[in-house]
Design a protein around this ligand. Structure first.
Ligand SMILES: CSC[C@@H](O)[C@@H](O)C(=O)COP(=O)(O)O
Ligand SMILES: [Zn+2]
Length: 208
């Protein structure tokens, strides 16, 4: 049974309250979406405070990122959501957040990826069943031209079908899941790993 638009909108609203409450979506940063149908997404309207979303603060788009609701301005980063729905039909929700740890870690990392290894919490990611695995998270340079950024993300996705999320340097995190609950679980796992990584780097630096 497919979920109604109101139910999906409420999932986005609840996600915003939770993510704002954790400090991972400050002010009007971040954007969230769910799949509305095989060819449509339901996304946050641009510029809204994500801790205070209402039922009217979402809109439907097609998978090319075009608004299907004139009068409502879609998120500036709509294409980064819709490209994921086009990429994998099983993706049902996409979350983008702006945490301090994601921002700092992506700025401190000169490489274009971070590898997480030997963390038990890696098992919170879809498809990962042991800490003896490597979760590679690509880092793309920030770009205000979202079509250009999406064009850089796409080859990575195509070459890494198991990718569970990516960072935009100095900006934030994108992750996704079959359901909103899966995407939220992955956000929490990423935030745990980002904090571990920053603490490990800071303590190793102090010892040296
Ligand atoms: C408050 S600056 C953040 C924005 O530039 C952007 O990165 C963002 O995440 C929110 O944009 P939005 O258009 O509201 O979806
Ligand atoms: Zn953003």
């Amino acid at each position: 049974m497919s979920l109604t638009r109101e139910h999906l909108a409420q999932e986005i609203i609840d996600a915003g309250r939770f993510l704002y409450g954790r400090g991972w979506s400050p002010a009007t940063s971040s954007n969230y979406s769910t799949r509305l149908s095989p060819t449509e997404a339901l996304l946050t309207v641009s510029g809204k405070h994500k801790g205070q979303l209402g039922l009217d603060d979402v809109l439907a788009t097609d998978l090319s990122g075009n608004s299907l609701e004139p009068g409502k301005k879609p998120s500036a980063e709509t294409l980064l959501h819709t490209q994921l729905y086009s990429w994998r039909p099983e993706i049902g929700a996409v979350l983008h957040t702006h945490s301090v740890n994601a921002t700092v870690l992506s700025r401190l990392t000169p490489e274009d990826f971070i590898d997480f290894e030997d963390y038990e919490l890696q098992k919170a990611f879809s498809g990962v069943s042991t800490h003896e695995s490597q979760v590679r998270v690509p880092i793309f340079d920030n770009d205000q031209d979202i079509a250009r950024l999406a064009a850089k993300v796409q080859p990575w996705l195509d070459a890494h079908p198991d990718c569970v999320g990516y960072l935009i340097r100095g900006h934030g995190l994108y992750t996704w899941g079959a359901r909103m609950s899966d995407a939220l679980r992955q956000i929490e796992a990423f935030e745990f790993l980002f904090e571990c990584e920053l603490k490990t780097r800071s303590l190793s630096h102090r010892k040296a």
